[in-house]
Design a binder for this molecule. Structure first.
Ligand SMILES: [Fe+2]
Ligand SMILES: [Fe+2]
Length: 245
């Protein structure tokens, strides 16, 4: 990732820090009892996942930026963390308005945070991008699973911002991987794809009520997740048409 790429991402995150996407107050905000029952536990887990002080990521980015002479990376990561915190706040406000209990712990969240603390920026991003890619599929499903206009628009805002997040993370991750020798790169790719599919399977098992409401079964959900992964992390050679599912 060169200085021009970093400047583009910095401009993107600075712009959106100044012009945060809003959820209009005039939208209808009714959630049926059945919808609430279906989404409550699931949305609480995702809200917990969006919450982060960002300390581990900030420190990893600072170390990496120092050793690779990429000072703007620290500011990009700072703005990126703030967007994630805003996602958590938007979901929290929605949940509180609808009497949905917040979670303070969840085993899947603990596992993800634990693995991310293990090493430097590359491992952090490798784990984090799995949650982000699956989150994109999940928030689209949540939008389809409800008739509540506020929740629908909230999901669209989250997906829109996650699009940029995974764009940034995947570009940085592929640049980091490209520096490795080819055999090691292939091994890392295989391990990462396996971890990703395992994570997607766990998300299916733990959030299938919402995903089923959106019309998914296990096979189609995993196919959608896999398509996201392929689009961002296994890009084809330039000139070959390729679109995500
Ligand atoms: Fe997010
Ligand atoms: Fe994100």
């Amino acid at each position: 990732m060169g200085p021009d790429d970093l400047r583009i991402w910095l401009n993107h995150f600075e712009y959106h820090a100044q012009h945060a996407r809003q959820i209009p107050a005039c939208l209808s905000d009714e959630l049926t009892a059945e919808e609430r029952r279906c989404i409550a536990g699931s949305i609480a887990t995702f809200q917990l996942g969006e919450q982060s002080e960002g300390g581990t990521l900030r420190r990893a980015a600072e170390r990496f930026a120092r050793s690779h002479d990429m000072p703007s990376l620290v500011r990009i990561v700072e703005l990126f963390i703030r967007e994630e915190q805003r996602h958590a706040a938007l979901l929290c406000a929605f949940m509180q308005d609808h009497g949905i209990a917040l979670k303070s712990r969840d085993w899947t969240d603990r596992v993800f945070r634990g693995v991310r603390r293990l090493a430097g920026l590359e491992l952090y991003l490798s784990v984090f991008i799995c949650a982000e890619l699956i989150g994109k599929v999940y928030y689209r499903a949540l939008e389809a699973a409800t008739a509540c206009q506020r929740l629908k628009v909230l999901c669209r805002v989250l997906v829109c911002e996650e699009l940029a997040h995974v764009g940034f993370e995947s570009q940085l991750l592929l640049a980091l991987r490209a520096r490795r020798p080819a055999p090691l790169r292939a091994l890392v790719r295989l391990a990462h794809r396996t971890f990703f599919l395992g994570t997607a399977a766990v998300v299916w098992l733990t959030h299938r009520a919402v995903l089923r409401c959106a019309g998914y079964n296990a096979r189609s959900f995993l196919r959608s997740c896999r398509a996201q992964y392929a689009f961002y992390l296994e890009p084809p050679a330039i000139g070959v048409a390729h679109t995500p599912a």
